[in-house]
Write a new protein. Sequence first.
Length: 829
Amino acid sequence: MLDRHATLTVAEPRTPYQLTTTPQLWLEVLVDRPYPRDSQEDEQILTYSIPPYLTVEIGDILSVPFGSQVIGGIALRFIENLPPGLEENQIRPVEDVITKGFFPDNYWQLLTKIAQYYATDLITVVRVALPKGLLRSSQRRIRLKPDAIPPGAEVFCTPLSRQILSLLKNQKEGDYSAKYLQEKLKNANYGIRDLVKRGWVESYLEAPKSTNIKLKKAITLLITDFPADLTENQRKIVEILRHQGGEMWLPELAQLAGTKHFKPLIDKGYVVIEDREFLRLSSAIMSRDQPKTLTSSQKQALEAIQTLKGGESALLHGVTGSGKTEVYLQVIAPVLAAGKSALVLVPEIGLTPQLTDRFVARFGDRVYVYHSALSEGERYDTWRQMLTGTPQVIIGTRSAIFAPLPHLGMIILDEEHDSSFKQTQLLPTYHARTVAKWRAQLNHCPVILGSATPSLETWLESQVNPSLYLSLPDRIQNRPLPQVEIVDMRRELQRGNRSLFSQSLRSSLETLRDKGEQAILFVSRRGYSTFVSCRSCGYVLECPHCDVSLSYHHTEPGAQELLRCHYCNYGRIHPKQCPECGSPYLKFFGTGTQRVTQELSKEFPHLRCLRFDSDTTRNKNAPRELLKQFTDGEFDVLVGTQMLTKGLDIDRVTLVGVMAADGLLYHSDYRASERAFQTLTQVAGRAGRGEREGKVIIQTYTPEHPVIRAVQTHDYEGFVETELMQREGLNYPPYGSLVLIRFSGLDGEAVQKSAENVAEECVNNFGSDWDILGPAPATIMRVANRYRWQILLKSSGDKADIGGLFRPLKSLVLPKVSMAIDVDPLTIE
Ligand code: ADP
Ligand code: ZN
Ligand code: ZN
């Protein structure tokens, strides 16, 4: 019997021990097993040693011992010292490296940078970046590489390796799960390792068989002409199908054609119906469209983008309807042609089906959608397919910035100013735009930031270098921007108009239907309070757990009237009488989308109104369906909140009404004006995108407000100039930078004390670069019974090592108080 050394004479060159590159002794591994006590978390970090025969790099997928099992893990970090409480003899060695290069280049560098900058742990970043159960649901498999085995060489192997080879050879594909081999052969792992080292077999992770592939019926047209034997109805069906590129989802065709009677067409062999996988394709099925001939400013922008260097980011500043999306499409086409992928981040994908559809129409099944509304399984499947590296376009919301695309050629943020790109409630409090820039630098690809109303940060940066500022100043076909009329609601009241609708809005609504046009009425979420109060004694119904008033909810006539807390979701039935004085005049004062819709139907019974807000769009597919009904002309007026500001492009919308702009303007936040300007401009931009001219009516109680003025004259630059001056004076972003430390807990005193401790430490130990404001109670001091305090820090210096500065503060926080650090906060409330 030959010993193991003898086998080296015929083995593939053996990988040298690479301890030189990794002088550290210990390895932290993210394993896919729940914490023993806290079942909320799905992973934990454990420490292992690296056996001398293994070369491990960060990001490698490993198998590691865990209790009596062997489980999957990701190599996270090398450490020189063992964590406190761990002894060397408790540490077990990594079992094996399953896959190298599973993650794209520099992926772990990116995650580490995020953890540092946002002052949080790597594991916290990993949790937002990677889909849950990435490892658990995958299977390690072993595959024979028959061509790599020199003839007759097997006799030199150990008996164990030979047994494995023979098992694999007897399997049709030469492929078994590692688990199966381990069950068949004792210590199979040693044999597998030996064979992998020789290069005779390979070990890989197999994606789980999707158990929940959604199938949906699709119908495909098989003919290109109109045969003579078609009835009129059948001809109509064929026409619709042709118009849609020959393929459609069955339910959609049924709806458009107004029939479900397709059998005669099937029988004649003109169409087929088959099940298709839903994830893969809303795609294959849409009509193809061709690149448009660019306008001269689009062309200039495109050319400028093509000369951008890796890591550079440019602002594409174009009013709504100026053709930014067309530029994105034409920027991406050559990226795909070069075998690379593109990442397109948008604010809220479920709400912009139109945008997705345009990408699919251009690039077909190379487009994938990735966002948080996907089920865990769908996220996982999309993730795994991204890793394959085939050229593709990923359209997604904030967290798609972590899409593991190996050959990334371009990152685009559409509506880059949108606040949904920043994660605020959970850690890490990352901003997708900041992460995009880092990622672009690591992957040497450009970033395009598109907006009609760029954030002040982006605006200021693009002014430094003219080649980074690209402008599309006009709407396509020189369609004029809509005319904006400001209505002073105080004067309406003086004139005796107590309705929600000003005289001007009223007369525009009256003629709407006759002209065959549509309107959008925008109700700012904060525009009206929806609280319920007693008209006799003034008592206001409040949430018992939060310091806020309850909101009135009423879904349809006859339904139960409810009061709900928007912070903690506490709900109760609307009482008939005032709990304080017994008066029956307990009314809700406010006016949200609900109230506007009700008033509309009362005052304009001939108008068909559709309400679009977080109540009516809760269901995953609802936004799309509601918008489709509106686009198809089933309704005349769409009433909605901020959700409506994004990306809607409907030809027949000629009128946009803003019910009360004031709620946007007044706000304790330093960004209130910027946000109000952006929102109002976006809303106004929904009008007049088609052939007909658009009109915007803004109702307000403060018509003289500078933001209102700037919106009326479409004067972005004027607005920015004034706003920047104010920010500079106070050293607010984009000049100085902010960090907000938030404290919360059930014990109010402990929360306050913790905040004071931390503030004191900051005052004593942070340099003169830092201004420390607070501690102070948050605007709403109690939410869901938790007390909230905060400290605001303002800095004019470098923030690169914020993590190092802030991490030690954790020790000053009292038990049961939580501290969250928000770097570059967008709201300070
Ligand atoms: P934005 O993204 O800036 O709002 P879009 O790209 O949606 O603008 O363009 C507005 C409209 O003009 C769309 O219907 C689009 O198809 C059309 N469009 C864009 N570029 C061109 C072009 N070069 N020629 C003709 N139509 C165009
Ligand atoms: Zn009362
Ligand atoms: Zn509450």
